[in-house]
Design a binder for this molecule. Sequence first.
Ligand SMILES: [Fe+2]
Ligand SMILES: [Fe+2]
Length: 457
Amino acid sequence: MNDVVFLLKNPPPQPITIVYRTHIGWSARRRAGADCPNSTATRLRPHAHTPVHAMIKMIPAEELKVGMYIHDLNCDWMSHPFARSRFEIDDAEKIARITAAGIREVYIDTDLGIDATHAPTAEEVSAQVHQDMLAIAREPAPYAPTTYEEELERARSARKQAEQFVQRAMQDVRNGKALKIDGVDPIIDSVTSSVMRNAGALLSLVGIKDKDQYTIQHSAAVCALMVAFARHEGMPSDLVHQAGLGGLLHDIGKARVPEPVLNKNGTYTEEEFAIMRRHTEDGYDMLVETGIVEQVPLQMALEHHEREDGTGYPYNLRSAEITKIAQMTAIVDVYDAITAERSYRAAMQPTDGLRKLMEWSKFHLNPYLTHSFIRCVGIYPVGTLVKLESGLLGIVTEHNVQDLLRPKLKIIFDTKRNQYVPPRPLDLARPLGSGGGDAIVSHESPRKWFINMEYFQ
Ligand SMILES: [Fe+2]
Ligand SMILES: [Fe+2]
């Protein structure tokens, strides 16, 4: 027998619930206000098939007592060991069987058994669920997707804000001042929202670096890459935010490394290397001193140079001992470092950088997370210059998640004529005749073709 409740749109002064029973010869029953509080519950229309009754209450299974009457075990009918779902609790063994079946909350009928005075009624429970559902439905889509071109300007602004923050923070520490993180949250929000709207725009920018600004630009790059990676790993939004903060500040300990050591072009002496290695613990201490208590940024600063085989620093931790967020940071940190131009070596192309990560994941980096990171940034990361079968050169602007080998491109150069062409978009995933049909044959060094990538981004 199912009860269907029709709730009055404008309830009269005395709250009334009308219950129609759906068997032959329907009857109506009115209950007066004392048993049916005029709560939101009575004004909202609950799910039409929810068993609703003024004297039905929900209680935790562990609060069941002998003498109560089970109205509904509140679980999938396959999941309980009772022949019927409505019965009296006449001995303690029944309570034990209910809890042993994993049932956490049940509905009791207080007309047919003893009451649980403070328990919510079925109407109140139903109304709360309804409110929760409405709240989910009303959640705004916070990040309406944009195209690469639309996002580029905001991505530039987010990158600039992030870099300026790190620059100021490092300068403060070098001048003997305490690290201050006031105002960092809106910057992380700008980075996060840009990545959410169109990750490619900001990620294509972080690949471009000026040799003299390495530590600052690297910090902003790790921030953006960590936001994208954390989101790709399905982390909740507060942890994505913390991952962005940790990315921005993971190398803040380098502010205590003397500049001649930090910017040295040659190989470090044993002593200089020991000074460099201190940046992990110094960074951790600085973040603690500035009041950061969240574990994510602290672990990122402290453990991002630990390696899976125990050869990292500062504690020679092994894979299972390293936190997941630090394992992710290690991957991002290495990727960004090897794809950046340094005064003592040329930048690796993004695709080559990913290949190196694959090789190093045998011993140094977490293989599962390395795989996940490659899925996140693509085989041809956004910003990569690629050559097509037709001889055209294009810059990767967006991924096709169904096929990472067929991204969207901005075509800029014709190698057969050895000349630039007016920039135009090309979607390699589209069929021949619709702008697609071409295919990538290789990724290319911009230097080989004398192309200044910054000009096109
Ligand atoms: Fe570092
Ligand atoms: Fe780093």
